[in-house]
Design a protein around this ligand. Structure first.
Ligand SMILES: *Cc1c(COP(=O)(O)O)cnc(C)c1O
Length: 354
């Protein structure tokens, strides 16, 4: 399906977009929903209808673009001159890109030492002012709230109401692409905004008569950052999945409601489960996603084993970001031997086992 219209114009009947809204677009949305051909058999569930929503194919490489196109368009409409955000990486990449397109200044606060290299490179090259602060994401977000109050800058973290509204569009696309709502929607949980947005989207589509049902929503935190699962904020969250390294999710309540209303659950997966799923996706399906994104597949594997998700269900896993953003994690995991070999056929055959 080809869509010429910008995402937030195409779905404007569901969004706060008016004729007065200047549309800031980079060609976001309309990402593929790809069916897994090899994984179901590999996981011992050949009848599973498993789909991946490839959000890493958005213009800045993550789903954040869906919310940012609306947040920056509305910021421009309201006369803001600058946007500001705290970020584990992808929000800043998206904010910086859309701000560049809109001609707005972009300020970014990052937790020092915990942002994947590709994301940092993006924000810097798009021309944002990037400040690393001593402290984690939650600390950075507190600072952003305090800073924005004094200047004419719009906060574009997911506490900006337009972010989640824009992110609803992914749920619309999943239903359109599948021809119906999946039985289960699995998704990583960090600040818990995206799971909340999908749930809003699925409900809105059902209310509009565009889908007969809604999926059960399963969200997955990383175990070292699983505030919702533990029922209390975590002061020092730790996980290899830096995009979900968040100790006090901003959309906690709405996400909890999404899980319970839909008959789903917010659960956690370990870093080891995340990295195994990350590698499986690449090797079995040719999909390179971010470690954080693989929390959805890790969660699926866990709940197939537990029997919570039946082996013949129709399941959509959201792969939130592109693996190219974080090459260091891939290299650390696989630790390939890249010692140069002389261009000698005998020697090469020996090394290659051919
Ligand atoms: C932001 C992000 C998440 C977490 O989404 P929330 O809305 O914060 O729960 C997961 N994966 C990636 C790649 C992200 O960029």
């Amino acid at each position: 399906m080809h869509h010429d219209q910008p995402l937030i114009v195409r779905f404007r009947r569901f969004l706060p977009v008016t004729d007065a809204t200047p549309i800031v677009t980079l060609g976001e949305g309309n990402t593929p929903l790809v069916r897994a051909e090899n994984l179901p058999a590999r996981l011992g569930v050949p009848d599973l209808a498993l789909y991946f929503k490839l959000e890493g194919l958005n213009p800045t490489g993550s789903f954040k673009d869906r919310g940012m196109t609306l947040a920056v368009s509305k910021a421009l409409e309201s006369g803001a001159l600058a946007v500001i955000c705290a970020s584990t990486g992808n929000t800043s990449a998206a904010a910086a890109a859309f701000a560049a397109k809109a001609g707005l200044t972009c300020h970014v606060l990052l937790p020092a030492g915990h942002v994947a290299l590709g994301k940092l490179a993006q924000a810097i090259l798009y021309g944002a002012q990037v400040i690393a602060i001593e402290g984690n994401f939650d600390v950075a977000l507190d600072m952003v709230r305090a800073l924005a109050a004094g200047v004419n800058a719009t906060i574009v973290n997911s506490i900006n109401p337009f972010r989640l509204e824009g992110q609803k569009t992914a749920a619309f696309e999943v239903v359109d692409q599948l021809g119906r709502a999946p039985d289960y929607l699995l998704i990583p949980v960090g600040n818990a905004g995206n799971i909340s947005a999908y749930w809003r989207g699925f409900k809105a589509y059902r209310e509009a008569g565009l889908a007969a049902g809604v999926p059960k929503m399963f969200g997955f935190e990383a175990e070292g950052a699983s505030a919702m699962v533990r029922g209390q904020p975590i002061k020092e969250p730790e996980t290899v999945a830096t995009a979900i390294r968040i100790g006090n999710p901003a959309s906690w309540q709405e996400a909890a409601r999404a899980a319970s209303e839909s008959g789903g659950k917010v659960d956690s997966v370990t870093d080891q489960e995340i990295l195994e799923a990350y590698r499986l996706l690449a090797r079995c399906e040719g999909i390179f996603c971010e470690p954080s994104s693989a929390a959805s597949l890790a969660g699926l594997i866990k709940h197939l084993k537990l029997g919570t998700i039946p082996p013949d269900a129709t399941v959509a896993c959201v792969l939130t970001g592109n693996g190219l953003k974080d090459p260091n994690t891939a290299m650390d995991l696989v630790a390939p031997d890249l010692t140069a070999v002389p261009p000698d056929l005998r020697r090469l055959r020996e090394v290659m086992g051919l």
